[in-house]
Write a protein that binds this ligand. Sequence first.
Ligand SMILES: C[S@@+](CC[C@H](N)C(=O)[O-])C[C@H]1O[C@@H](n2cnc3c(N)ncnc32)[C@H](O)[C@@H]1O
Length: 438
Amino acid sequence: MSKKQIKQTTMFGTYAFPSYEEIMDAYAKEFENYILPKGDTIFGFWMQTLADLEFLDLELQGLTDEYTIDPVNRVVNLKGDEDLIRLRIAHLEKVKGKTTLYTELVDKFGDTNAYAFHNLYPYKGKFYPRVVRTLINAFKLSQNSLLLDPFNGSGTATHEASLMGIKSVGVDITPMGIVLSELKNDLLFIDEQKLDFSLNELQNILQAIENKKWEHSDPVIHKLMLAVYFDTIDAFVRTSRYNRKGKAGLFIEKLNYIKDCHKKTMEIKEKYGLKFEPARIIEGDILELKNMNEMEGKFDACITSPPYYFSIDYVGKDKIAYDYLGADMKKIESKYLGMKNNGKPKSIYRGLPPRVAMYYDDLKEAIKNIFWALKSGGKLAIIIGDSTVSGKKIPTTMATKKFCEEAGFEFEKLTFNPLLGARNRAIRGESVIICKKL
Ligand SMILES: C[S@@+](CC[C@H](N)C(=O)[O-])C[C@H]1O[C@@H](n2cnc3c(N)ncnc32)[C@H](O)[C@@H]1O
């Protein structure tokens, strides 16, 4: 370097290479600025991706009169009914200095998704409750609205609606999904004492279930014990981690967890004066929805996630439960989206195998039925992902968007929500497709 050249200072304000202490000090300041937003209306720590930013934007559109988002400082400026926003928003930690209800749920349950009874059972392909909450807010649903999930699975959409005091209807083809959605409903209204069992009683219950002699006069307790049992057995099949605890130990632990969820949920209900709304759960086939005349033009919104093209064996996953209940799995599977028509697709989709075409035929029909069930002006959010079969990508996301438009929906928005930590190309994330019935 020539003598005339001016030496530039580093970001640390020194000419020489900084010391370890200087580096740590500078990073600590940056860290504090980034991690601890400064302001009275701040992002939740769970806001991590660009999709989260889009979800926040959607929620604010639905809940506020006016807002601006400052993503660098992780703060929001907003105008509107602050109490309502605090009770409903899913992406802010504080609104005008006061903690939001969602933050309280996250802190109390130690998780952004496993609050209330969302974590009752590891049903495959479950929604993130936070996304459901976001969409309910974006669609401006209120106590007078009615929400539909025709692929309700274990009832995430209906449970989240119940927690938010919104009426909903959930339909699913699998008996296991129905048991779980009903349980999530019932547990919100059960007396705490009903969940009290001595160790001895629990051991006897477990034995009765194992001997297929389990009966209980209260259908909620009957179903709850079975669900906890199926979960226990499933955990044993998947890993040897629980061998030391033993089946009885794990069964009791899982039941205590549910009791704890009940206690925490009731504490929050009391603290915020919440009014939960039970959902209506129906065992049925979305492709036969039109047989239920009373459903026509009834719903303000639909938030749903169809089964992904054969990426998940939803029914097989619950084989233990179906074996126990003596359910006919073949019959259930034959009603599954894409399993009708005995291998003869109605339409041809260029380059796609007939089985995918059959699945697309059914998906298209399901979307037409959703259109029929919505009021005009009603909103639809479909959460869907692409799968890969024998190295070939099955473009379900764009096909779904097309089917929505063909059914008469106006397309509004698509947000890609990446699966953080995805390590292979099969499933990298899901998309939320938002449409409106004109
Ligand atoms: C992606 S899962 C939905 C999971 C759900 N969102 C949850 O959080 O648990 C898809 C669901 O569609 C259901 N399903 C498949 N075919 C169906 C049909 N013809 N009618 C109604 N439900 C169906 C499956 O049983 C499965 O529960």
